[in-house]
Design a protein around this ligand. Structure first.
Ligand code: PLP
Length: 628
């Protein structure tokens, strides 16, 4: 359990069963329903689909909507807060229709709403958030039509707030409201001066892209008063950035936002909502700390701190308690999906099957490398490591000068890695390992080649060094003995995972099992439901993964059912998105092959097969087919 820290990052949604398999616990209850991920994978494979795959657990999504709302309800009750909580889900975090639908449905009983930050997003939000008690919040830069869509929401009886992000937007909103003859529900976004921390720290402070300064807020209120539209101002919004790891940062932002809210209310504005944006973090590395990939607070503490700070400041300023809005996306979606890939090859450094018998004619460098291996013992590891490194470097020089033959160079390298493996084995008997020898483990790590693209499935790992929990899905009752690096199948040296969570914190390698012959060794990349699912980059034209939507089913022996299978990108589909025309391409190949048939270079029967093969490949999944 400790090797991969699962208890710490899983939030009780995942655990390892007695058979050593990773299971999802859709109801966060170990004594209840457990679904081994490999059972889901087997069912998917039986339907003819192959890995890699995204598995979505819809019950997890529902549970997170509930958890968030209940945390606020509890805090409101405990603190005798007079207002309500009305959360919204920012769909940019994961816009998949099924995800949005599930959140909306699970949020019905809490009047949980949606947030949009672009025109396509508002089009979706207007169509999917039909509960007139829940909120619709419109952030982001807006043009006239974006604003018209917001006003259409109001016209349809929705609580649809247009948030002014920049001072210049106000003029546009006034014009469009006049043109449509609709009184808008206006939100003002405050540019927080409290400094944020973490990877999204630039969301606040003087350098922030969005938000109004206090002066701009006052000017906006004056303009609205002159236009007899002050009563349209209903909401104050601020956002401190995503993945705020330190509760202190959150508290500082809430205190600043609440004070501005209360002052606006005291100016006689009938403002009713305070929107604290997103920021509720995920403990990706399980360290429960204020490091970027963690958080030093629990959900209930977050809710209590928000409610308490707002209450204290409003009481202090003698203004009514507002309805509290948050826009948590990451916290709702991260746990619900994971990427499953399989190991398709192992790049070894020492090849046991390559043996070059010793002869008198061997170059002395090869002889020396052999002696290093022969003389190696528990007491001279450091000395032999230094010798082996030196011989390898000198051999490369000799090879470049044409002094060493290709085969002898290969033998030297092979024995070098054999020496490294032997040293590594000997070190296991020692209590203290010097730093140089610790480095050795990293250099001799095996490269496990996995069928996926980092750029498509874990974009933040590549782009901002995000930590995601990664672990094998089986054999977890066996000690994993191999130090490994994980490489993807893109032809890019960045296409690998460079940081893993280990029992002693972050590591450049991950411990995995020796793979048995014919074994399909599955590796899960967890907590990919927020941002990763939708931000993927089509590097090498590996498109979207196959996706399955899983629901718990207590009445079924397996404990689950697959509600939906969405096929991943076929080669022809991804080519079409880049403006290629697969039909024309197939025609071109057909013409070319026909020409070759006429010229007698290809047999007719074979020619037809080649054409069919090309057309079939256009229909195939973009990832590697490891069954054939
Ligand atoms: N609201 C706004 C305005 C945002 O920019 C973001 C993302 O940064 C969010 C909400 C979602 O934040 P999170 O995913 O941290 O909850």
């Amino acid at each position: 359990q400790q090797q991969y820290n699962i208890q710490r990052w899983s939030d009780s949604f995942f655990h390892i069963n007695e058979r050593g398999e990773v299971c999802v616990l859709p109801f966060q209850d170990e004594s209840g329903l457990q679904i081994p991920l490999n059972n889901v994978i087997d069912e998917v494979k039986s339907q003819g689909l192959s890995l890699p795959l995204v598995i979505r657990f819809h019950d997890v999504l529902r549970a997170q909507v509930r958890n968030l709302n209940l945390a606020f309800q509890q805090a409101i009750k405990e603190l005798d807060y007079q207002g309500e909580y009305r959360g919204v889900y920012p769909i940019k975090v994961n816009q998949m229709r099924e995800v949005v639908e599930e959140i909306v449905e699970a949020g019905q009983e809490f009047d949980f709403g949606l947030e949009a930050g672009s025109k396509p997003e508002i089009l979706a939000v207007l169509a999917y958030n039909t509960n007139s008690n829940s909120l619709t919040i419109l952030n982001g830069y807006k043009d006239r039509d974006f604003m018209r869509l917001g006003l259409l929401g109001v016209k349809m009886g929705r609580k649809c707030f247009i948030v002014i992000e920049n001072f210049s937007e106000l003029k546009l909103l006034l014009e469009v409201s006049r043109e449509q003859n609709i009184r808008p529900l206006i939100g003002l976004r405050l540019k927080l001066s409290s400094e944020s921390r973490g990877k999204w720290a630039s969301s606040t402070g003087d350098k922030a892209k969005f938000g109004l300064s206090i002066l701009e807020i006052i000017k906006s209120l004056n303009i609205l008063e002159d236009e007899a539209m002050l009563d349209c101002v209903k909401l104050l919004h601020f956002h401190m950035g995503s993945q705020i790891a330190d509760i202190k940062t959150i508290k500082e932002a809430i205190i600043e936002g609440s004070r501005v809210y209360a002052k606006i209310a005291k100016m006689g504005v009938n403002i009713e909502y305070i929107d604290a944006g997103g920021g509720l973090a995920i403990d990706y590395d399980g360290s429960r700390s204020s490091t970027d990939s963690s958080r030093n607070y629990r959900l209930d503490e977050y809710a209590m701190d928000l409610v308490l700070s707002i209450k204290q400041i409003c009481d202090d300023e003698h203004v009514p308690h507002p309805t509290i809005v948050t826009e948590s996306g990451r916290a709702i979606t991260a746990h619900h999906s994971c990427v499953v890939t399989n190991v398709i090859d192992i790049k070894k450094k020492h090849h046991e099957d390559f043996v070059l018998e010793a002869t008198d004619k061997d170059h002395y460098l090869l002889q020396n490398m052999r002696s290093t291996l022969d003389e190696l013992s528990i007491d001279n590891c450091q000395e032999m490591l230094n010798d082996a490194k030196q011989i390898k470097a000198e051999s490369m020089q000799a090879f470049k000068l044409g002094i060493l033959e290709l085969e002898q160079m290969a033998a030297i390298e092979n024995i070098y890695w054999q020496v490294m493996d032997q040293i590594s084995l000997l070190l296991k008997q020692k209590d203290f390992i010097p730093e140089d020898l610790q480095e050795l483990e990293k250099s001799r790590a095996k490269q496990y080649l996995c069928n996926f693209s980092v750029f498509q499935s874990a974009a933040d790992v590549w782009a901002i060094d995000q930590i995601l929990p990664i672990m094998p899905l089986q054999r977890l009752n066996e000690v994993p003995e191999e130090d490994c690096k994980l490489c993807d199948i893109t032809c890019d040296s960045d296409g690998q995972i460079k940081q893993f969570l280990g029992p002693e914190g972050l590591s450049e390698t991950i411990k995995l099992h020796k793979i048995k012959a014919e074994e399909s060794y599955h590796i899960g990349i967890f907590l990919t439901g927020a941002y990763q699912d939708v931000m993927g980059v089509m590097h090498n034209l590996f498109g979207r993964l196959h996706e399955v939507h899983v629901y718990a089913d207590k009445d079924d022996d397996s404990g689950f059912y697959i509600d939906e299978v969405i096929h991943g990108g076929a080669c022809g589909d991804v080519l079409s998105t880049m403006q290629y025309n697969p039909a024309v391409m197939a025609q071109t190949i057909k013409k070319e092959i026909d020409k070759n048939i006429k010229a007698g270079l290809i047999q007719s029967r074979m020619g037809v097969k080649h054409i069919d093969f090309y057309e079939n490949c256009l229909k195939q999944y973009t990832y590697l087919d490891t069954q054939n």
